[in-house]
Design a protein around this ligand. Structure first.
Ligand code: ASP
Length: 332
């Protein structure tokens, strides 16, 4: 019998490592308290799937994610990816910012072996906790030959998603994660791992992990917005602004005026959509006035912010090269 794949689990916290004194409640609990050794011990089936070893990289509620932890995580992914006999890496994470960490890794990691993020909507102590199966499925995917070359993946609720596309779309349901543009890449059903399609943007890995992180923020367009926030952020030295615009990238005229001033001050301005799905038209197709600002393509505001952040960290002058910045949004 051939040897089981060696899989490294990097634990960062989240609800998957959450605990409560009330098993009947999935809402009242403390995230990020259970050590990874306990999470692994709760899933004896792992032993027949992989040779698993684990590292507790952090123990945080992912709502409190910080850049320094992303840098640490990237370094640990690179370290373990370079070990000759490691077949794949699993990262346990909180669901709140999982899509951001996944996008960060998508943008910065070459992924010579599969990198699979997983999480849970219910704490480990709850009735019908979803973490154990998600963890087992993530290890199955990380060790599967078909997952190679697919970039960073996200496995929850028996579905396999591309890191770039996946988003959390429900406050509490176990099927909270969706890929609004093209759906999941595949599924896991017990030992059957089926990757039905290749991600449209399989492996980005075009940008280095920032040594310094510029200020890049998100604002939203809605009825009668003020321009106070934009003006204050520009005065504070913000380098990039992503607008969670209405519909197909529409921005309220009050914000357009403020954002034009921001752009004139050297701030990179990118329009994403607050709708949750679809592409924002490349300017100036929709609104010639709003067209002065770039399009995030189909990236949601949080993922667009990640790309702008990492791109401006690599090249601060990119705000003055809108054609190149727009090309990056179209290609990553
Ligand atoms: N607040 C938790 C976290 O993101 C939620 C979860 O994991 O479901 O860490």
């Amino acid at each position: 019998m051939s040897q089981l794949p060696r899989i490294v689990v990097l634990a960062t916290g989240g609800t998957i490592a959450g605990a409560s004194t009330n098993p009947a409640s999935s809402a009242r609990y403390q995230a990020a308290t259970v050590p990874v050794s306990t999470l692994l011990a709760a899933v004896p089936a792992l032993q027949s799937v992989a040779r698993v070893e684990a590292e507790q990289v952090a123990q945080v509620d992912s709502k409190d994610m910080v850049f320094s932890l992303w840098s640490t995580l990237a370094a640990r992914v690179q370290h373990w990816s370079a070990e000759p006999d490691v077949a794949g890496i699993v990262i346990t994470h909180g669901t709140d910012t999982l899509e951001e960490t996944a996008m960060f890794l998508h943008l910065t990691q070459a992924c010579p072996v599969p990198v699979v993020l997983t999480a849970a909507m219910r704490p480990s102590t709850s009735l019908s906790a979803d973490g154990p199966l998600n963890l087992l499925d993530a290890v199955r995917v990380a060790g599967h030959p078909d997952a190679r070359g697919k970039g960073v993946l996200v496995v929850l609720n028996q579905q396999i998603h591309a890191a770039r596309d996946v988003t959390k779309a429900h406050t509490s349901a176990v099927d909270a994660f969706v890929s609004p543009q093209g759906g999941p890449l595949g599924f896991v059903q017990d030992e059957l791992v089926r990757l039905a399609r290749t991600p449209a943007h399989a492996v980005a890995a075009v940008l280095p992990v920032p040594a310094r992180w510029p200020d890049v923020e998100i604002i939203a367009s809605y009825a009668q917005p003020g321009r106070i926030a934009v003006d204050a952020m520009v005065a504070a030295g913000v380098k990039g602004l992503v607008v969670a615009a209405a519909g197909n990238g529409s921005v309220h005229e009050v914000l357009i005026a403020a954002l034009k001033d921001a752009a004139a001050a050297g701030v990179a301005v990118v329009r994403s959509s607050r709708t949750g799905a679809g592409h924002v038209a490349i300017p100036p197709v929709v609104d010639p006035d709003a067209g002065v600002f770039l399009s995030a393509a189909d990236l949601n505001p949080y993922k667009a912010r990640l790309l702008l952040l990492v791109a401006l960290a690599q090249e601060p002058g990119l705000a003055a090269a809108p054609d190149r910045l727009q090309a990056l949004f179209a290609s990553v």
